[in-house]
Design a protein around this ligand. Structure first.
Ligand code: B12
Ligand code: SF4
Ligand code: SF4
Length: 346
């Protein structure tokens, strides 16, 4: 089959028509040259040597779930968004194949046991998002997009079609140490400085995940008959069953660092009020944020940041993008109000 030529703009339009909220393109050569953690290279080449480009697609998590009283709403919505993400990407990959370009979707949630004890995916989708020009990594290592802040899930399509890549953003989207709201909100205190304690995070983000499942099995086999009887009625069994049945509970549980992040137009529109106060904030966490800020200002060695990973955080530093987006948002709202008033003849 002779492939039909396609431009980056045409492919992006296809993705938008299929329901993508954001789309960007990264070159496979760049991703191969800059693995996020070179000790465990998460590169397209390890998956397929034919891959030329990675099309990164993001879907926004509906903002309503960050306004509710229950975190379970986020858990269900996360799973719904991830399922839809797979469908959008699968359809795009299919379309590209119909044009003669072999393409397939990568795994958005799976991890590889041979990569840092199963804590890394085969590819790091947020690093791919940065390379595709969609945003930069925040203090809590979520990717922050100017449109939706961190409230997105994303994945990539590996294609043999060579496409013009987007330029990564060099300006940092994250406000940084002077904000530290993700650090203040984290219930397990897992947010470090441009880093994360994954074990601590998993306690809240994967309440009934792999760690809890294996610990439960270990304890079950070690228990005597009476202990086993008790364990069968344990809350954990119910959680594990729900996780197997609906995935909810096994990952994607904790909404806090995403909910409180002031980056993104969705925050300005719907979250500024309900998320203003952070109940989990303690004096100790606030002090840690201030200490990071002091180290950065004085040019000291701030933990987590180095010459290699600054690439994904934004080498130019924070230059006020969140404030600029907020002003643009307010102006747009004012214009809408004025035109509505003019139409109604007020
Ligand atoms: C594994 C995983 C987790 C696990 C880890 C489980 C475990 N026990 O190991 C845990 C539980 C931590 C987790 C939590 C969450 N996850 Co998760 N997760 C992944 C997954 C599948 C792989 C991550 C990966 O490969 N990272 C690659 C490495 C290189 O990046 P990294 O871990 O961030 O490490 C970098 C830095 O953090 C730093 N670093 C790492 N460790 C350390 C330690 C120290 C001391 C220092 C200084 C630095 C440092 O160096 C690395 C190189 O830059 C990805 C999907 C994917 N395939 O990418 C989703 C993914 C990252 N998760 C996602 C989400 C949304 C979450 C949660 C919000 C939970 C939720 N509600 O869904 C939290 C967010 C926590 C956070 N602030 O980052 C989204 C992120 C979307 C976004 N906007 O950024 C992803 C991309 C899934 C997706 N398809 O969209 N996740
Ligand atoms: S997902 Fe929850 S536990 Fe994990 S870093 Fe974010 S706020 Fe902390
Ligand atoms: S909450 Fe603040 S410090 Fe944390 S990622 Fe968002 S902008 Fe950055």
């Amino acid at each position: 089959m002779t492939p039909t030529p396609l431009t980056a703009a045409e492919v992006k339009q296809m993705a938008i028509d299929l329901g993508a909220d954001l789309v960007g393109i990264a070159s496979a050569d760049t991703l191969n040259a800059f693995p996020p953690d070179p000790r465990w290279p998460q590169t397209p080449d390890r998956v397929s040597s034919y891959c030329r480009s990675v099309i990164v697609i993001a879907l926004a998590i509906p903002v309503a779930v960050f306004r509710t009283k229950l975190s379970i709403t986020v858990q269900y919505m996360d799973q719904a968004v991830l399922r839809r993400l797979d469908k959008v990407c699968h359809r795009l990959a299919r379309k590209l194949e119909q044009h003669g370009w072999p393409s397939f979707i990568t795994m958005g949630q799976e991890t590889d046991l041979s990569m840092k004890n199963g804590s890394y995916g085969r590819l790091s989708t947020r690093h791919m998002g940065v390379e595709a020009g969609m945003g930069t990594l925040g203090l809590d290592v979520n990717i922050l997009t100017p449109e939706y802040g961190p409230r997105v899930y994303l994945t990539g399509i590996l294609t043999e079609l060579e496409l013009e890549a987007d330029a990564p953003m060099t300006e940092q989207v994250c406000i940084g140490e002077s904000c530290s709201r993700c650090l203040h909100s984290c219930p397990t205190d897992a947010v470090l400085h441009y880093g994360l304690d994954k074990r601590d995070c998993a306690q809240a983000a994967q309440e009934f995940g792999y760690g809890v499942s294996t610990a439960f099995m270990r304890d079950y086999f070690a228990a005597d008959a009476e202990g086993r009887k008790k364990m069968i009625r344990d809350r954990n069994i119910f959680g594990l069953w729900q996780g197997l049945l609906r995935v909810a509970g096994s990952f994607g549980d904790c909404p806090r660092c995403m909910a409180v992040c002031p980056a993104g137009n969705d925050y300005h529109a719907f979250l500024a009020d309900p998320q203003k106060r952070i109940p989990e904030k303690t004096d100790e966490k606030a002090e840690r944020g201030r200490e990071y800020r002091r180290i950065r200002r004085e040019g000291g060695d701030a933990p987590g940041l180095d010459d290699w990973n600054i690439r994904w955080v934004g080498p130019e530093g924070y230059k006020g993008i969140v404030a600029r987006e907020l002003q643009a948002f307010k102006q747009c709202q004012a214009e809408k109000r004025e035109s509505a008033e003019a139409e109604s003849g007020d």
